[in-house]
Write a protein that binds this ligand. Structure first.
Ligand code: ADP
Length: 535
């Protein structure tokens, strides 16, 4: 048969070429740690990325070499993504909130050769330099000296052709924060990143177009900033970056720059609400807020939707690039009342084209999509992991390429997925499962409660029973009895916590999630009052 289509490798530099050519004057705004604001645009990002690629080659960097960043969100960090990838390198975004031991481990494991970092993280660099055995060059993003990022690229003319090659080459490396054991590296490829970006701009996902003004609060070091730096180029959005995650700064930027889209983990929205409550200031132009990384509490969704903002509830993981599912208005949205809409968004949403989900039982048999049968959530598709970086254990997928997420979920008949827990966090009471996530989400709806964590505690009769730890809102005096009464019509009676304790704060991972392992260790020998009654 005669005829056919062209070769066109799906490589990341095509994204920046497109943004430069078709959306070149669309702005990229950065608010820096020193309180200054700078403005560039997609043309400026592309030009500087070419210069960086030239400079890195002069430093002796070769195709496939890992070049790391330790930085917040700003235009130079975006330049680094496209410049490193453009020269055929692999950008490795390190999370500065990790413990020293993890920071040393991952940079050495990745064999990073260059580190581009923010001045704010100079103490980390000074402290760990002797232990980072592979890093040859240190470049500061926001200093003025001769070793600064600007000096490095100023020496170049930008006359550079992106490295060509196969689309299955690697382009980016992200480590999971590893609540147990060493962090594990997830190696993204050009092809997976481009397809993921194309899927993300869709109306049912991030709903991006050239009119969008996007302020990603999610840091570029957290699961590739959920793919936004790539998806933003596909849509030609205006980006507003803030190197400072503070409610007042963010709210001012939202309004000054007329931000329409934002994305972040639940804790950043809690901080935003506190700012709104304290000052009466509100984001005026926001249309879509994406919440992911942990379950978005119902009360949070309700408040944002009550302000007329669409909430996208995203589920994913570093291993899934990270978009797995996204909650979006359903076809019958018009027929649903506010309550029903909030209930829908409180679930984790549906898959975009490209990924497939299934829930299996302990024997690996697929469970029906009946909204009731819960089991292990598995996922597959072109932007889902097959093997961790340099992992001798081999592939991390089961037959048929299914990757086990470690989450427990149910699938609803309409295709909506609902996370009920992480498999290691479920509270196993009398052979049945209590969802720690649902308990926590119900508890944060109670007036006076700022944050909640539920963990299973040993019980002689039931195996485990829930202990609920509560952080009160500043000035609040809510009691254990009041919280218990509040929960009584929100969860099944046998789910009600056996004990409620108040704490000043709860431990979090480097990506802002509750660190349940630390809590389980802390309360290892805790005795529930109900346990002595049963004994
Ligand atoms: P880590 O922070 O451990 O590096 P990830 O950032 O990759 O890991 O987190 C992935 C996990 O976060 C998921 O497996 C899931 O347990 C949890 N998660 C992410 N989004 C949601 C959500 N919308 N609702 C509930 N849990 C979520």
């Amino acid at each position: 048969m005669l005829g056919g289509m062209q070769d066109f490798e799906l490589r990341v530099p095509r994204l920046i070429d497109y943004a430069e050519r078709e959306h070149g004057d669309r702005e990229i705004v950065s608010y820096w740690a020193d309180g200054t604001t700078t403005r560039t645009n997609w043309s400026g990002i592309a030009r500087d990325a070419r210069k960086l690629a030239q400079a890195l080659e002069k430093l002796g960097m070769k195709r496939g070499d890992r070049i790391a960043t330790l930085a917040m969100n700003h235009s130079r960090h975006l330049v680094a993504w496209y410049g490193v990838i453009g020269m055929g390198g692999v950008i490795h975004t390190i999370n500065p909130r990790l413990f020293d031991e993890q920071l040393v481990y991952i940079a050495n494991h990745a064999e990073d050769r260059v580190l581009l970092y923010d001045k704010a993280f100079q103490p980390i660099v000074d402290r760990l330099k002797p232990e980072w055995t592979s890093i040859e060059h240190f470049v500061c993003f926001d200093s003025d000296g001769p070793d600064s990022f600007e000096a490095l690229i100023a020496a170049e003319d930008g006359d550079y052709q992106w490295a060509e090659g196969p689309e299955r080459e690697p382009c980016m490396l992200c480590y999971t924060s590893g609540t147990t054991g060493h962090p594990k590296g997830v190696l993204y490829e050009h092809r997976s990143s481009v397809i993921h970006a194309m899927a993300e701009v869709a109306p049912n996902v991030f709903d991006l177009c050239n009119q969008s003004v996007v302020l990603p609060i999610v840091p570029m070091f957290h699961a590739a900033a959920w793919g936004l730096p790539f998806a933003g180029a596909v849509a030609g959005v205006k980006f507003v970056y803030s190197a400072v995650n503070d409610g007042a700064v963010l709210c001012r930027l939202f309004n000054q720059e007329k931000v329409t889209h934002s994305a972040g983990v639940p804790t950043v929205w809690l901080a935003m609400f506190q700012h709104m409550d304290a000052t009466g200031e509100t984001p005026e132009h926001l249309k879509l807020v994406t919440i992911g990384g942990s379950a978005a509490p119902r009360a949070m969704i309700e408040r944002l939707m009550g302000m007329g903002i669409r909430v996208g509830h995203a589920w994913g993981m570093t291993e899934t690039s990270p978009i797995g599912t996204m909650g979006a208005p359903t076809w019958n949205w018009e027929e649903m009342d506010f309550e029903a809409r909030v209930n829908q968004v409180a679930k984790q949403g549906r898959v975009p084209f490209g990924v497939e989900l299934r829930v299996v039982n302990e024997d690996g048999a697929e469970m029906p999509r009946d909204g009731e049968s819960s089991g292990r959530l598995q996922i597959r598709g072109p932007w889902i992991i097959k093997r961790y970086f340099q992992d001798e254990k081999g592939d991390c997928v089961e037959a048929g390429n299914w990757f086990d997420t470690g989450d427990v979920a149910v699938m609803h008949p309409c295709g909506t997925m609902q996370i009920t827990d992480r498999s290691k966090d479920v509270i196993k009471s009398g052979g049945e499962w209590i969802s720690s996530v649902e308990l926590e989400n119900a508890a944060v709806g109670c007036p006076g409660v700022a944050e909640a964590a539920a963990i299973g505690i040993y019980h002689p009769k039931w195996d485990e029973r829930p202990l609920l730890l509560i952080v009160r809102k500043p000035g609040a005096e809510v009691s254990a009895a009041e919280i218990s009464a509040y929960l009584s019509d929100k969860v099944a009676k046998w789910w009600l916590p056996d004990e409620i304790l108040f704490v000043d704060s709860l431990p979090h991972t480097a990506t802002g999630k509750l660190l349940k392992t630390a809590l389980r260790t802390q309360f290892k020998d805790h005795k529930l009052p109900s346990a002595s009654a049963a004994a």
